[in-house]
Design a protein around this ligand. Structure first.
Ligand code: HEC
Length: 215
C-alpha cells in the first residue's frame, strides 16, 4: 500500500513538474517559428520551378491571421478585410457575369498548380477553382466537401440583383475581403483564376438556368 502511494506521488510529481516549468507560448516570429519555417521550406524538392517557392511566402494577411491563429480581434479583422477589398480588380468590359457552362467546368476542375512529386502539371493544363472540394453546388455532383457552406440554389435563395452578382464576384476574387481569415482561397488576387474565368463561375452561381439553381 505504502509503495503504491509512493509510486502515485512520484507519478504526480513527474506530471506536475514539467507542467509547472512550461513557459508561455513563444511570440510570433520567434526562434522556434523560424526553425519550423526553415524545416518546412527545406522539405520541398529543389527541382520544382523557382516561381513555385514564392508560394511559400506569406503576405501581411496570412502573417496577421497566423499570429492570431485565424481568430483576430474584431478591429484587426476589419482592417484585414478593408485591405483585401482594395485589391479587387474587374474585367475590362465591366461585365461580371459570364457563361455558366464555362463556370460549371471551372468549378469542377481540381487540377493545376501541381509540383514535382510524382509528376508536375503538363504544360498548358487548365487551372480550376476546385469549388466542390469545399462546397456543394449542383446537385448532380455527388462528391463535395463541407468546409464551406452549401451554394446550391445560390440565386434562388438570394436573387439575381447587381449586388448579389458583385458580391459573388468579389468573394471569389478575394474571399478575405469578407471574412478576414477564411479558409477559402483568394482566386483572383493570387492570379489563380483570371477575372474572365471568375465571371463564368459567377454565372454558374447566379444564372437561373445553371444547374446550381435547377435541381
Ligand atoms: C478550401 C476550401 C474552399 C474552396 C476551394 C472554395 N471555398 Fe468558398 N468558402 C469556403 C469557406 C470556408 C467559406 C465560408 C467562410 C467565408 O465566408 O469565407 C466559403 C464561402 C463562400 C461563399 C460565400 C457564401 C455565402 O453564404 O455568402 C461563396 C459565394 C463561395 N465560397 C464560393 C466559392 C467558389 C465559387 C469556389 C470555387 C471557385 C470556392 N468558393 C472555393 C471555402 C472554400
Amino acid at each position: 500500500m505504502k509503495l503504491k502511494i509512493a509510486l502515485f506521488g512520484l507519478l504526480t510529481a513527474a506530471i506536475a513538474i514539467p507542467a509547472l516549468a512550461q513557459k508561455a507560448p513563444e511570440a510570433p516570429g520567434g526562434k522556434y517559428a523560424k526553425e519550423a519555417e526553415q524545416m518546412f521550406r527545406s522539405s520541398f524538392r529543389t527541382d520544382n520551378p523557382k516561381y513555385w517557392m514564392s508560394r511559400l511566402d506569406q503576405d501581411d494577411t496570412m502573417k496577421t491571421c497566423g499570429t492570431y491563429r485565424d481568430n483576430p480581434p474584431r478591429k484587426v479583422g476589419e482592417q484585414i478585410e478593408k485591405a483585401n477589398r482594395t485589391t479587387i480588380r474587374y474585367p475590362v468590359d465591366g461585365k461580371l457575369i459570364g457563361d455558366w457552362k464555362e463556370g460549371e467546368k471551372l468549378a469542377a476542375v481540381g487540377t493545376g498548380g501541381h509540383i514535382g512529386f510524382i509528376q508536375p502539371d503538363p504544360a498548358g493544363r487548365v487551372r480550376g477553382g476546385n469549388c466542390y472540394a469545399c462546397h456543394e453546388l449542383a446537385k448532380k455532383e455527388l462528391a463535395y466537401g463541407t468546409i464551406g457552406p452549401s451554394l446550391h440554389n445560390f440565386s434562388k435563395l438570394r436573387g439575381t440583383s447587381d449586388d448579389i452578382i458583385k458580391y459573388a464576384y468579389d468573394k471569389i476574387y478575394n474571399s478575405n475581403a469578407f471574412s478576414a481569415c477564411t479558409n477559402m482561397p483568394r482566386f483572383g488576387l493570387l492570379n489563380w483564376l483570371t477575372p474572365e474565368q471568375i465571371t463564368h463561375i459567377v454565372a454558374f452561381l447566379v444564372d437561373p438556368e445553371s444547374p446550381v439553381n435547377k435541381d
